[in-house]
Design a protein around this ligand. Structure first.
Ligand code: MLT
Length: 405
């Protein structure tokens, strides 16, 4: 009789956003007359921009003619897209990343999960708490996280780095030495950013202890402050210790299109001297057949002059929503963080409610959906995440409703 990977049975629950989706669906089916405002999952609401739509149409047309038809894409991504990424995201900032260090994917979630495959199960993982749940869950599924301890809501073999009001939501260097450090800045879920100098401390630390940093930079487009790095490679030595994950989801609205990329510098070497770049290339060849030509052409269009302008406008629209939420909640007496370099606002739940109590309260009384902070880890208890992804009218209405909840 076949057996399944028993690590699945160890997971304490289902994926946070799938769980929320089911709760909201059940509420909506039971209350078909209610207008629900969704500020839960970080899913964009604005349509794709004209430059992107044109590229999608043109690329579809290419596929209709034998001379311009494309079959299997390159495993690592089309050169035209990797080149556009290098020129616009790295060279434009004076950073020396080359095309063969870029690996195009179908969005950052897959790689943030799959990266855990290429490291030894003996490696010790450190994560922020609260944390984007995928980092922990995928390490748990491959057997690196140990056992789930319900009493502490933590995995026995993971190093948790609490990010709380006391440390301004920035992790402190762990006392136990990790081999793999997951960092995400601007942070999901707290919406807080790290300065260049603060990130340099992590890069120096990783190099000192021989750890690799997996840096999730999905919210880079939302950075407004000068001292916040747009890439970890702005820190000296990062090319020797850091992998960077990027996405087209939150800047260009590709959550439904699916496109992202991972940067694996050639200079990163394991304890045995293996090149992580070569190992990741091998991983992608074995397990991935690339992203469709049509979608990669849409990604390239994001870097056209028109595409860049449209993308900036779209981000500015959500940034303005974030500002509206922060101002509105603060006026209403809520304590909130984030929203300055991020589309996420991290607020304290009122009247001593737990994160899930506040979730239920908002959904049931005023039909607004957010994400309970404790879903991101025990240090998220007593907090709640709202996203800036919605129309201005819905954001304003949600604020009014929350004020009256
Ligand atoms: C979030 O809402 O935290 C993420 O955007 C969800 C995801 O990308 O899986």
């Amino acid at each position: 009789m076949f057996e399944v990977n028993q690590n699945y049975a160890k997971l304490p629950g289902s994926y946070l956003f799938a769980n929320i989706g089911r709760k909201v669906k059940a509420f909506s089916e039971a209350n078909p007359d209610k207008k629900i405002i969704r500020l839960g999952i970080g899913d964009v609401t604005e349509p794709l921009t004209p430059a992107v739509v044109k590229a999608l149409k043109d690329a579809s047309e290419d596929m209709a003619h034998a001379a311009t038809f494309h079959g299997y894409p390159d495993y690592e991504g089309a050169y035209f897209l990797r080149h556009a990424i290098v020129e616009n995201e790295y060279k434009a900032r004076g950073l020396d990343i080359s095309e063969d260090e870029i690996f195009v994917n179908d969005g950052a979630k897959s790689d943030s999960s799959d990266l855990s495959d290429i490291f030894s199960l003996n490696n010790k993982v450190a994560v922020c708490d609260p944390v984007y749940p995928v980092y922990v869950n995928t390490n748990a599924l491959c057997g690196r996280a140990g056992d789930y301890i319900a009493a502490t809501e933590r995995w026995s073999n993971i190093i948790y780095m609490p990010c709380t009001e006391q440390n301004a939501f920035l992790p402190e260097l762990p006392t136990e030495t990790p081999d793999i450090i997951y960092l995400c800045f601007p942070n999901n879920p707290t919406g807080m950013a790290i300065t260049r100098d603060q990130l340099q401390v992590w890069v120096d630390y990783a190099r000192k202890v021989g750890a690799v940093i997996i840096y999730d930079d999905a919210y880079e487009a939302y950075i407004t402050e000068d001292n916040v790095p747009h890439s970890i490679y702005e820190c000296e030595g990062a090319q020797e210790c850091a992998i960077e994950m990027r996405s087209f989801s939150k800047n260009a609205g590709f959550t439904g299109v699916r496109l992202g990329y991972t940067v694996v510098p050639k200079a990163i070497k394991s304890a045995q001297g293996d090149s992580l770049n070569k190992i990741w290339a091998m991983h992608q060849e074995m397990k991935f057949n690339g992203v469709s030509y049509i979608i990669q052409k849409a990604g390239e269009a994001v870097y056209s002059e028109q595409g860049k302008k449209e993308t900036r406008d779209m981000v500015a629209f959500y940034q303005n929503n974030a500002k509206t939420i922060v101002n509105g909640l603060t006026e209403a007496g809520y304590t909130c963080y984030g929203g300055v370099n991020s589309p996420y606002i991290w607020l304290k739940t009122p009247n001593g409610m737990t994160s899930w109590q506040f979730f239920d309260h908002l959904l049931n009384t005023v039909n607004v959906v957010g994400t309970p902070g404790s879903g991101f880890g025990p240090s998220g208890e007593g907090f709640f995440r709202l996203t800036a992804f919605n129309s201005q009218a819905n954001i304003k209405e949600a604020l009014e409703r929350i004020k009256n909840a």
